[in-house]
Design a protein around this ligand. Structure first.
Ligand SMILES: Nc1ncnc2c1ncn2[C@@H]1O[C@H](COP(=O)(O)OP(=O)(O)O)[C@@H](O)[C@H]1O
Ligand SMILES: [Mg+2]
Length: 377
């Protein structure tokens, strides 16, 4: 097992070329429970993560679903307000902590750090044309107006490999890959320095993925972009990233140069991830040993206790309901034998008529007792 301090030493080294430095980032989501929402539990989506991104490089962020990759990306672009930690952005000799800025102060940095979203279908407004979708970013940031706006949108569409003639069409008229190109055009509109690509190709067809990866590489060479490339697929990361950070349940477990990580993974979790990469050559398939991780992802003690408590409460409720039904049925059965109409029996009769209780019968009671027994097994 690698020591946490070693990982931090690897990832948090700053040099003159550093563009972004994330220090001890934490993002905890509060969950409320109880009748009056009096209990607060925290989902530690990101827990003490540190890394640096150098100017012009592509840093990969990998890990299984739910480990906190998207949350890191969203904290950097400040969609989420981090619970703790610093996001130091180095801009022409000055350093600003993005985590500490307010809405107004963030505006210029929102132009410099942009995000490409995972889902090309939901990241565009279906009621707006491509021109409006892309032009909106330019208008909101006051970068172009009037006829200049149309020229800028046309040149952005050309840049991402789309024909400017299509700009009056709506997103539904485009394929998944084309929609992701529109999403990339939106991200490029403000001439950013850093792009957070959150699973930018995961939702696309395998045949389209390579095209989008090549486009991202070309744009990087042309515009000097820096990428934080989030993915869960290590085979994709290999082709595009210079360095890779591996995340596991909200923590950073390994950080290395991409080639080194593939040749010599250090952390057992990274090894397991590597062994899960599919092999395309049929002759080699089956020869590599797959490492399967045992057990569940560690959960917090309070969460485990809460689950046990909820299960016990559900079971108790079932037993109480069952007992009540049996009692009512017994009363009904006996009350019907006697023609005396007591208050209790009339209630039972009404309930029976309204189908609030089930019909009496030895068979039915036996089945209920059987299901109760099974509940306790
Ligand atoms: N807005 C939110 N509110 C509450 N919990 C969230 C929110 N966003 C993410 N989470 C939780 O944080 C954890 C990490 O999520 P995410 O960063 O989306 O994972 P990944 O991108 O690695 O699949 C998950 O357990 C998820 O349920
Ligand atoms: Mg995600």
């Amino acid at each position: 097992m690698i020591e946490q301090s070693t990982i931090e030493a690897n990832v948090a080294q700053k040099d003159d070329n550093t563009l972004l430095e994330v220090r001890n980032l934490k993002m905890w989501f509060a969950r409320y429970s109880g009748l009056f929402a009096q209990h607060i539990h925290y989902t530690r989506a990101v827990d003490d993560v540190s890394f640096t991104i150098k100017q012009g490089e592509t840093l990969g962020l990998v890990g299984e679903s739910g480990c906190g990759k998207t949350t890191v990306g969203r904290c950097i672009v400040r969609i989420y307000e981090p619970t703790a930690g610093q996001i130091l952005y180095h801009d022409n000799g000055t350093t600003v902590d993005l985590a500490a800025l307010n809405r107004q102060q963030l505006l210029p940095y929102r132009q410099q750090i942009r995000m490409i979203f995972q889902d090309p279908y939901s990241s565009l407004n279906p009621r707006m044309t491509v021109f409006e979708n892309v032009g909106e970013v330019l208008q909101v940031n006051r970068l172009a107006q009037g006829s200049e706006l149309e020229d800028r949108v046309a040149s952005l569409l050309k840049k991402v490999g789309l024909r400017p003639e299509y700009m009056r069409r709506y997103p539904h008229a485009f394929s998944g890959g084309e929609r992701q190109r529109i999403g990339i055009a939106r991200a490029l509109a403000t001439n950013p320095r850093l792009i957070v690509a959150d699973e930018a190709i995961s939702a696309l067809d395998v045949s389209i993925r390579a095209q989008i990866l090549n486009l991202l590489k070309e744009l990087q060479a042309e515009m000097g972009l820096t990428y934080l490339f989030i993915a869960h697929d290590l085979s994709v990361i290999r082709h595009i990233c210079d360095r890779v950070n591996v995340m596991y349940v909200g923590k950073m477990v390994e950080s290395a140069e991409a080639t080194e990580l593939y040749a010599n993974p250090q952390h057992p979790y990274t090894e397991a991830l590597m062994s899960a990469v599919p092999i395309h050559n049929p002759r080699l398939r089956g020869k590599k040993q797959r490492i399967r991780l045992e057990g569940d992802v560690p959960t917090h003690r309070i969460r485990r206790l809460a689950v046990i408590f909820i299960r016990a409460a559900v079971m108790l409720r079932r037993v109480v309901r069952l007992m009540r039904q049996i009692c009512v049925c017994w009363i009904m059965k006996h009350s019907m034998r006697f023609p005396v109409i007591s208050r209790r029996s009339s209630i039972c009769a009404v309930l029976y008529r309204k189908r609030k209780i089930e019909p009496v019968g030895a068979q039915w009671i036996a089945s209920k007792i059987y299901s109760t027994k099974r509940m306790f097994q």
